[in-house]
Design a protein around this ligand. Sequence first.
Ligand SMILES: [Zn+2]
Length: 456
Amino acid sequence: MNIKQLILPSLALCVGGLCVLPSMEEAQAWSLLGTKLNQNQRDFRIFNNFTDSSANNNNVPDSQFPGHQGVVMAIWKGAVEWGSRAHGDGSGDPTQGTLGSGGANFDAHFQGLATVVGDGNDKIQSEIGGSSGGVLAYTEGNGGQGWRIRYYRSWSWEDGPGAPGGGIDIQGVACHEYGHALGLGHTSASGATMRPSISGTGSGQRSINSDDIAGIQANYGAADPLKPIISSVNVVGSTIQINGSGFDAIENQIWFTPSFAQASGGTPVKVTGLTSNGTFLSATIPTGAGPGDILVRRDGIGNMALSNAMPIDLIGPPPCSTPTNYCTFLPNSAGPGATISSFNSPSLSDNNFNLTAGSLPPNKVGLFFYGPNQANNAFGDGRLCIGGSITRLPAQVSDLFGLVDLTVDFNSSPFNAGNGQAVVNGTMNFQFWYRDPGFGSAGFNTTDGLSVTFCP
Ligand SMILES: [Zn+2]
């Protein structure tokens, strides 16, 4: 990975006159940085590490920005303002008529949440601690290979959707910074989003003006008649149906926003190889597609091959439910009794679910076991909390602190077939059995039970 980063002072957005800026002739309007984002670099993600409560207090769903609120929705709006045409029905921002005004061969694709800040090419937006004079936010770039946007924590950030009160408007600043990411420098044009400083809250930067539009069209070309257009989308059962124009006869792709947050990536969930009559596309909605935007990419026409972004509220997989304890534990030689717990979610695709048992006698052999039913019967010096066909996991020895843990592998025996198979939405009940000689009459004991429902 190329980690060389370039932070141009001129890419900082400043408030009022607090920031020392390069001199700029008044006659100069839009400017270009000399970089363009290719189609695989137009994704953007948000790592929501913003600390101001006012940055995440918009909890009102918006059909044009489905599945996300707060700072995520605000940044999403800031990016789609540069889109080639109205984003969805164009509504979603009470301070301007239409969101999506760029009219160029350029559309960004929202790729949901990131789980990390990422590096200078990862196309992730996040907050950064500290301050830098009057600088609100800045865009890092690496010669068009990618970018990253940081918002200084020292400012009070507000997520809208109305014009903010006393703080700084995330959406307006996001719109300005994303202008840098796609290759625009600063302008002196009155009322432009790409002016180097804001006055007031910055909400005036939400709506790009004619100078900004001239800039993005200079960098990417005005939207070509061949550029595919999505005009409407329907979901029928598990199928997505897209109406529009400019689709290829034999080779189209549909790009979806993932339903899950990603650390690395930003790669859309795709369906490829789709044929079309030019105005209609349909496909089975792929696993992993979630609420967000869809775009169509058609083959063979270069820079203009990616469509506008159209919002769609696909239902992502339900979140994993938290395992719950049940049944009971009884005293052992180490104290009041041993308990079972877990960490990481019981997601079959994440495949990092971890079982633990604690308050065991140290240095004693035991094992996790599980089954489909629950019970609560006398068993040695403890209780048997599992019913039905029982599956045993490998024996383990408790450590000096009376702990054991086991990361299970859902892709291997006994979880991948037979009585012990873990399936989506299936429930299994887990318990730990252990030797404890010389304490009770039986010489073995058990933890309480843990009920686990598996998710995708
Ligand atoms: Zn700037």
